[in-house]
Design a protein around this ligand. Structure first.
Ligand code: AMP
Length: 735
């Protein structure tokens, strides 16, 4: 990048950052997340570091964030309210720990606390009574929000007598500090109400907390369900406590709400493990946290380290990997799925988000691209939370390059060049060619995938080569492959001698065995593998349970008594007509309460089945090609009916029990999905949330709020060892 380009980009970034700072601090209404804001700030900081000529004292990089409004009386803090230095990963945390070791000659005890994502608060008590509450403001001057804070139920208006002992008998005068926050659930409820009344929702719980604290009318604050966690004191000399750990105990005894998730650690490993556990339970906590604060325990040691201009040297905030970043949208390509649906895909300048590199993200459909107004060349915000699939949230409009044009769906399929069409009433564009190689590849891969027929080793490259060589056209062709064909398959590459590389005998043997094994997969998996539109894994299981053979399914689909409706009307039209003709308000699945419902017997038995699904199953069996494939699958020996394992013979020893899993199963190393599958395979139900109906909660390491809920509801909690024993014996302990 030239210096001139860098200067132009830096100028645009500064304007953008200033705009967002204003929205954040003054309006309490940010448009973008903190992580996206940080990402822009980081880009500016990197530019200024690479081109020192660009450094400008007025740049937002030179300022400590903060704002003092004029709505409330100013409060000059008796002791400055500092910010915290950040460690962006465990490596940076170790650098800070090394600094501690260097300063003290060895590791000193530290206290680890969750970093509550709320709004900082200073509470002053005179002779045991709350006299003033202030926001952090710019660190030196805050705002007087006493009247509002008095409405928060967990803020003691009078300190408890038990706390009066330190340092001398009698009521204490003390200034404590902490965080006001809004629980996630209250935040959701507040925003739902705002939307219902057409008011702008808050961007996140922190802004909701800050906004609620800065209300003119304390009655509004009172209605906002705020809570606090208190963790600090302005002047250590006020009390006879010698360190942070003791202070937390004192705060508890004085009646403050102190976060229970704290640890006193003596080694770097203990600190790491606290951070990892905090990250693991983050989503399950009822309030937002954005990291862990590590503080030197002893106040004397803290004093010897002192402060920089903005933060104490004796503490560090380990920040969780950001779940949002900004990056460039390099291109939008089109991916053709197994039903021909053409999905736009964002090709991104690779960026690390929440610990993994994101280079591509689905944009779902053209409407979505339009709605988000994404254009090639845009700086976009990318989000990836935990294990969730990455998502492009939208462009940063002010950074859009001049002349960026809105994106069009190509006219032709990128794989087979046939025209792409959009059927009436559909969101998706489709390549309608039956010979489209991209579609065949997806269909064949789907058949071999883990949730379907699970042909181990049958990956994209091999399937692609088999299609190219003419050995695979439909899923029944898998069962004609033999070792000879597979072993000699040309992999399209050459070895050092210039000879073509072939798949080889070892791999061929393995694949033949895997193909053979797939014949034993249950009927539901075959149904899912066929890739009938709208028939996902769960629906396939439902269908197999109620309609135990492919013949029966075919017969029911082709002779459905309401054929005339299905052939003549789209689902929307049928909905509308049902309402017009019959005066019902029903909405599909299968026109829930309409008098037309009996006409859909016996489909009505299947939970969640809709007219669209019946229509699509019908369309599948009406195509003679599909019936031919099923005939060939039958000859090959695949399971086309629900065998005894789906009925009497099946392991149902845990039937009737509902399990909820929380925390990580470190002993067995199973993921929660695997553990859930293992329970379901024994007839149990697995649910995502704890209720009075839950039979057991399995709590792994770092179990979160589900554990607390189980305890409060009296639901028995099992350890991982109990859980493994249940899998082994198929027997749950008596409740
Ligand atoms: P920052 O907002 O990045 O400047 O981080 C510093 C802020 O983290 C402090 O001003 C506190 O409001 C907040 N914070 C949240 N939890 C804690 C905690 N347990 N200890 C210290 N500060 C905390």
């Amino acid at each position: 990048m030239s210096e001139a380009d860098a200067a132009a980009r830096a100028e645009r970034l500064r304007k953008e950052i200033e705009h967002h700072s204003y929205l954040y601090f003054v309006q309490d209404a940010p448009e973008i997340s903190d992580a996206a804001f940080d990402s822009l700030m980081r880009e500016l900081r990197e530019l200024e570091a690479a081109f020192p000529g660009l450094v400008d004292p007025a740049s937002p990089t030179q300022r400590v964030g903060g704002f003092v409004g004029d709505q409330f009386a100013p409060v000059t803090h008796s002791h400055r309210m500092y910010s915290l230095d950040n460690a962006m990963d465990l490596g940076e945390l170790d650098v800070w720990i090394d600094r501690l070791k260097a300063a003290f000659g060895a590791m000193v005890p530290v206290v680890c606390e969750l970093k509550i994502d709320g709004s900082s608060l200073a509470l002053t008590y005179a002779d045991g009574l709350l006299v003033q509450a202030a926001t952090r403001g710019d660190g030196t001057t805050g705002e007087d929000v006493t009247a509002n804070i008095r409405t928060i139920k967990d803020v003691p208006l009078r300190l408890r007598d038990e706390a009066a002992a330190a340092p001398a008998a009698g009521p204490v005068s003390v200034e404590v500090r902490g965080e006001a926050y809004m629980p996630k659930q209250s935040f959701e409820a507040l925003n739902a109400a705002a939307r219902a009344e057409d008011r702008a929702p808050f961007a996140n719980p922190r802004n909701a907390a800050a906004g609620s604290l800065r209300q003119k009318d304390p009655a509004v604050t009172a209605g906002r369900d705020l809570s606090t966690f208190i963790y600090a004191i302005a002047d250590e000399a006020t009390l006879a406590v010698s360190g942070q750990w003791e202070l937390l105990a004192w705060l508890r005894s004085a009646g403050f709400h102190v976060n229970p998730d704290v640890a006193r650690c003596e080694t770097a490993e203990e600190v790491h493990s606290f951070c990892e556990q905090a990250l693991a339970k983050r989503d399950e906590l009822p309030y937002e946290i954005d990291g862990v604060v590590v503080k030197v325990d002893s106040f004397a040691s803290q004093a010897s380290m002192g402060h920089t201009a903005r933060a104490p040297r004796w503490a560090i905030a380990y920040k969780f990997p950001p779940e949002e970043k900004t990056t460039r949208l390099l291109d939008i390509t089109v991916q053709v799925g197994r039903t021909g649906a053409c999905t736009p895909v964002a090709e991104l300048d690779p960026v690390v988000v929440a610990g993994s590199t994101v280079a591509r993200a689905t944009l779902h459909n053209l409407d979505e691209v339009r709605r988000k107004d994404l254009r090639i060349g845009d700086t976009v915000i990318v989000r990836k939370a935990g294990d969730v699939i990455p998502e492009v949230l939208g462009p940063v409009l002010r950074l859009r390059p001049d002349g960026a044009a809105s994106w069009q769906m190509p006219r032709d399929c990128p794989s087979c060049s046939s025209p792409i069409v959009r059927e009436e009433g559909e969101v998706a564009f489709r390549c309608v060619s039956i010979d489209c190689p991209a579609q065949s590849l997806e269909r064949l891969m789907h058949w071999a995938s883990r949730g379907a027929l699970d042909i181990e080793g049958m990956g994209e490259e091999i399937v692609g080569r088999l299609i190219k060589a003419g050995h695979l056209r439909d899923v029944a062709d898998y069962y004609l492959l033999d070792e000879g064909v597979l072993a000699s398959l040309d992999m399209g590459r050459v070895n050092v001698k210039g000879e073509p590389i072939r798949l080889g005998e070892t791999m061929a043997k393995k694949l033949v065995a895997a193909i053979e094994a797939s014949k034993g997969r249950p009927f539901a998996r075959v149904l899912f593998g066929l890739g009938i539109r709208h028939v996902g894994k769960t629906m396939a299981e439902q269908i197999a349970a109620h309609c135990p053979s492919i013949e029966l399914l075919e017969q029911r689909a082709l002779t459905c008594p309401v054929l005339v409706f299905l052939d003549r009307y789209s689902v929307d039209e049928l909905e509308q007509k049902t309402r017009d003709w019959l005066g019902t308000t029903s909405r599909d699945p299968l026109l829930v309460s309409s008098p037309l419902r009996p006409a859909f017997e016996p489909w009505t038995e299947i939970e969640g089945v809709s007219v669209a699904i019946v229509k699509s199953i019908r369309a599948f069996f009406r195509a003679s090609d599909n019936r031919a494939v099923i005939g060939r699958l039958r000859s090959a020996g695949l399971t086309l009916e629900a065998g005894p394992e789906a009925a009497e013979g099946r392991d149902m020893r845990l039937a009737g029990l509902t399990f909820v899993l929380t925390g990580s199963l470190v002993q067995s190393g199973m993921t929660r999905t695997e553990a859930g599958e293992a329970l379901k395979a024994r007839g149990a139900k697995v649910s995502g949330s704890v209720s009075a109906k839950t039979s057991y909660v399995v709590a792994g390491e770092a179990a979160g709020s589900k554990y607390d809920k189980a305890v409060s509801l009296g639901v028995p909690v099992l350890s991982e060892a109990d859980f493994l024993a249940i899998l082994e014996t198929g027997q749950a302990p008596s409740r």
